[in-house]
Design a protein around this ligand. Structure first.
Ligand code: SAH
Length: 394
């Protein structure tokens, strides 16, 4: 049986622009079941694209191909994976780096699929019903194309609920990765907890920005807020930071942060770890008149929906204002937002208004984004979510 989705009149523009998402509001009628591979037709019945369907989601179809002759079979998944791998060939992945993203979902033509490499192990996230249906085929293709030691699943993100899926995790193929597993990033070593860590275990998207922190840190007293397992702290120490404070609300993350600092031989430096709420800790530092030479602010996502943008902006402004107050003259602020809904322009405005309130003269000296193993397809600008500013404070 032919499974088809027919669009309402004048709703084909995004498909013609090869945007991978088709919202339920654009659909006139659907002759298909959840999880089916479907042909997308315009209101006159002309073929436009092919994708997978889930009526439970507002993103009712994720498009896979715009070529009428390309069938979605085992060869299809294999070809898409090969293309994604090709995008990661050197020189994109830096030397002495064993952990990076292999498949960046929509932007690699594989909507709903994330695959991260941690040394000899792959970690897979299936975020949609469509990927769930083809998971076994994808795992076979991954095993065949790249011969990892094991493929582990971390499909326990909340977004799966929007697709009507329950969380799931565990070994999909081959060996189970050790806990923790050791990786290398720009020659620095890190322990990663694949089974329990955030995302797939490590914030791979911040790799280039950690390297930048390393270049900026010499002789500086560093405050790393939202430190997770100490990525920016280790980088700063490698760059010659004189002392570091890492703040995070997760005790488990801080335990690993401490071990990561020791792993790189920096346990002789002046390093402190504070388990707590950054919003409160920054205020306590301000009240005590503390000063730092480099502050990193890498908070979790504050805005998940459009309704949350305003409160997210208030949160960003608050921590940025406090951080600017804590910087010594000549100090550097590396400040980030990973909320896709907060644009780079809005983020800059927020930091501007934080600087006004803090009465600190502030210059942007560099702009940061996600590492190149998280490429942004020009057809899918939504995948550019991470933005950061390096600010110099007079
Ligand atoms: N910069 C890190 C990644 C940060 S992820 C790296 O390079 O690896 C965000 C971190 O913020 C998580 O570890 C989370 O535990 C922590 N977190 C979330 N809300 C917090 C809060 N209010 N105060 C302190 N830490 C918080």
């Amino acid at each position: 049986m032919k499974r088809t989705i027919t669009l309402k009149p004048r709703r084909e523009k995004s498909v013609r622009h090869r945007h991978p998402w088709l919202f339920s509001g654009a659909i006139a009628h659907a002759e298909a079941e959840a999880g089916d591979i479907v042909d997308i037709l315009d209101h006159r019945g002309r073929w436009l694209a092919r994708g997978y369907y889930n009526p439970a989601s507002q993103i009712a179809v994720r498009l896979l191909t715009f070529d009428p002759d390309e069938q979605v079979d085992a060869t299809f998944w294999r070809r898409r994976l090969e293309r994604a791998f090709a995008r990661r060939r050197a020189p994109l992945i830096p030397n002495e780096t064993t952990a990076y993203r292999l498949v960046n979902a929509e932007s690699d033509g594989l909507p709903g699929l994330i695959v991260d490499r941690y040394g000899d192990f792959f970690v897979l996230q299936s975020l949609t019903l469509g990927i769930e249906r083809h998971k076994a085929t994808i795992v076979d293709a991954l095993a065949e194309l790249a011969t990892p030691r094991g493929i582990y699943e971390r499909s326990d993100e909340d977004v799966r609920r929007l697709e009507g899926l329950l969380p799931t995790a565990g070994t999909l193929w081959g060996e189970t990765p050790p806990t923790p597993l050791r990786i290398s990033e720009h020659g620095l070593a890190f322990w990663v907890d694949i089974a329990h860590g955030h995302k797939t275990g490590f914030y791979l998207d911040q790799r280039d920005n950690r390297a930048l922190a390393q270049r900026l840190a010499a002789g500086r007293r560093v405050l790393n807020c939202f430190s997770y397992t100490g990525g920016f702290t280790v980088a700063a120490l490698a760059g010659g930071a004189t002392a570091t404070i890492s703040v995070d609300s997760s005790a488990g993350a801080l335990t690993l942060a401490r071990e990561n600092i020791a792993l790189n031989g920096f346990d002789n430096a002046d390093n402190t770890f504070i388990e707590g709420n950054v919003f409160e800790i920054l205020r306590a530092f301000r009240d005590r008149g503390e000063q730092f030479d480099l502050i990193v602010l890498d908070p979790p996502k504050f805005a998940y929906t459009r309704q949350q943008i305003e409160s997210a902006a208030r949160g960003y402004k608050d921590i940025n204002r406090l951080a600017l107050l804590l910087l010594a003259p000549g100090g550097i602020l590396m400040t980030f937002s990973c909320s896709g809904l907060v644009s780079a322009e809005l983020f800059q405005q927020i930091v501007f208004s934080a600087a006004l309130d803090a009465k600190r003269e502030t210059h942007i000296v560099a702009r940061m984004t996600q590492a190149s193993d998280h490429p942004v397809a020009l057809t899918f600008p939504e995948s550019a979510y991470l933005k950061g500013l390096v600010c110099l404070v007079s």
